[in-house]
Design a protein around this ligand. Structure first.
Ligand code: SF4
Length: 494
């Protein structure tokens, strides 16, 4: 059936991102510049993030003292991190007491091998998987597919990502970059059906398909928002019920979770859960909160025969040993992404990795190496909105500055950049010289504006400023001049 969107180029940004990512060196500058010029992408991302951001603001007002609660949540996570070896061991003991098995994996490859081994040993062919950032981090679904297993993402957003061979672009809302038309096109191609962009019809189509998968699955996989050391349980929050299906229907259950997700006590969840949904989607609580662990016991109607908890390190202990330890507090709520003016303009794919936004700009270089991702810590105005939004009070701007320091220390920035900053630093030591450079610069910029008040393009190393927007020309009179010449009355209010 012909439709209005047939000839529209869909997901250009995704295509660019995927081809960039296929190359060894990720070029943040070119991808983010293209993304910033993509009005459709910006609109989709901006609308969704603003909705979640506003929802969060309103929900936090409902709490008697949201700031104190954030401090407490940060302290709980920090305490768990400071004593991680103790709590992980306690967790292991309690999971085993509940009848489960715990596997420690040092790398992502280890984690995938463990999943594969469990699947093979139990002759599992069909896997239903709920949303999990750590499984995205280790690229689990692709590895399982390559091994010939039938694996399906059951979260609607992740399902769309899977069938369109895309990547998630937001920690909480993986298809924030897609609009209704692109999803309808993906579905009509995947299901060989007529184009229909009615959201209810699209959801019903996915539901019908997934229901059959749920029925046949012999292995279920989840992530985990929190691991409770005291009880040996995993806590998963979600809105669709697919994670609960994944943990109750199949005979084998695997939860793959990062080691930093541990909290000491069950009662700590009362703090964390109050903040998580509010910060993520502006909900008081998610629709489903499941706290589970162990295997099905006699008399229970559902639950797995085997429960495996895979604890993934994959670089986390190195971060733990560094001055970036605090970043491991992250509960992946996505609030910093929604608050970030940079993320809103360029979307998640520009960050070149599964974690995007302010927290991605920090942890991607930590996980993948600062050299290859040295542009990410610069992708911030340091406005502090991410710190304000973070429910566990990670001081993201401070860490970003620290990381910029590391870039300079390791000389990862280019020679030209180093020279410019050296000259600037030198100029700052001579106020007279600095003033004259400023006057010359102002003259030059005003000349380039040709009286319009806006500069359309700048040359050479300054070209980036005008790549995707015009720059306002400097005012005729500087702030210092205006301040000096202000009326005497206003200088002395008394
Ligand atoms: S850094 Fe903070 S705001 Fe950002 S995702 Fe993590 S917990 Fe949420």
């Amino acid at each position: 059936m012909a439709n209005a969107y047939e000839n529209q180029t869909l997901d250009e940004n995704t295509t660019r991102f995927l081809s960039e990512a296929a190359e060894s060196h990720f070029d943040f500058h070119s991808v983010s510049t293209q993304a910033a010029g993509d009005e459709r992408l910006k609109k989709a991302v901006n609308n969704a993030t603003m909705r979640q951001y506003t929802g969060r603001q309103l929900q936090l007002l409902e709490l008697p003292d949201a700031d104190k609660l954030r401090t407490l949540a940060g302290n709980i996570k920090q305490h768990a991190l400071e004593n991680l070896d103790y709590y992980l061991e306690l967790l292991r003991k309690n999971v085993e007491k509940n009848g489960g098995q715990v596997h420690f994996s040092t790398t992502g490859e280890d984690a995938k091998r463990i999943v594969m081994k469990i699947a093979m040993e139990n002759r599992c062919r069909s896997i239903i998987k709920s949303k999990s950032m750590v499984s995205e981090e280790v690229n689990l679904a692709h590895a399982l597919e390559d091994a010939g297993l039938d694996v399906v993402e059951t979260d609607l957003g992740e399902f769309i990502v899977q069938v369109s061979h895309d990547k998630p672009s937001h920690i909480v809302a993986p298809i924030i970059h897609k609009d209704r038309a692109s999803i309808a096109k993906v579905f009509s191609e995947y299901f060989h059906s007529d184009y229909n962009d009615d959201p209810q019809a699209l959801t019903a189509q996915a539901r019908l398909h997934l229901r059959e998968k749920f029925r046949r699955a012999d292995l279920g996989m989840t992530g985990g928002n929190f691991l409770v050391a005291e009880t040996g349980q995993v806590c998963v929050v979600e809105n669709e019920g697919n994670a609960r299906q994944s943990m109750t229907t199949p005979r084998i259950l695997i939860s793959m979770v990062g080691i930093e997700k541990v909290v000491p006590r069950l009662s700590d969840l009362s703090v964390m859960l109050k903040l998580l949904a509010r910060s993520a989607t502006g909900q008081m609580m998610t629709i489903y909160t499941s706290i589970f662990g162990g295997t099905r016991t006699a008399g229970e109607k559902d639950g797995p025969e085997q429960f495996h908890l895979i604890l993934v390190d994959n670089g986390r202990t190195e971060i733990l040993a560094s001055e970036y330890r605090e970043t491991l507090r992250c509960i992946r709520c996505g609030a910093c992404l929604n608050a970030c003016p940079v993320y809103r303009k360029i979307g998640g794919h520009s960050y070149g990795n599964v974690y995007s936004g302010p927290i991605g700009a920090l942890i991607t270089p930590l996980f993948e190496g600062l050299h290859d991702y040295k542009d990410l810590p610069q992708a911030s105005s340091l406005c502090g909105a991410c710190y304000e939004a973070c429910p566990v009070k990670i001081n993201i701007p401070e860490h970003l500055v620290r990381m910029r320091r590391d870039i300079v220390r390791h000389k990862f920035n280019g020679r030209l950049e180093r020279l410019v900053y050296r000259l600037w630093g030198w100029g700052l030591r001579f106020p007279f010289l600095y003033k004259w450079i400023g006057i010359a610069q102002k003259f030059d910029l005003r000349r380039r504006a040709h009286g319009s008040g806006w500069i359309r393009s700048l040359p050479k190393i300054s070209a980036g400023w005008t790549q995707v927007r015009d720059m306002p020309a400097p005012a005729k009179r500087t702030f210092h001049q205006v301040w000096k010449d202000r009326p005497q009355d206003s200088q002395n209010p008394n």
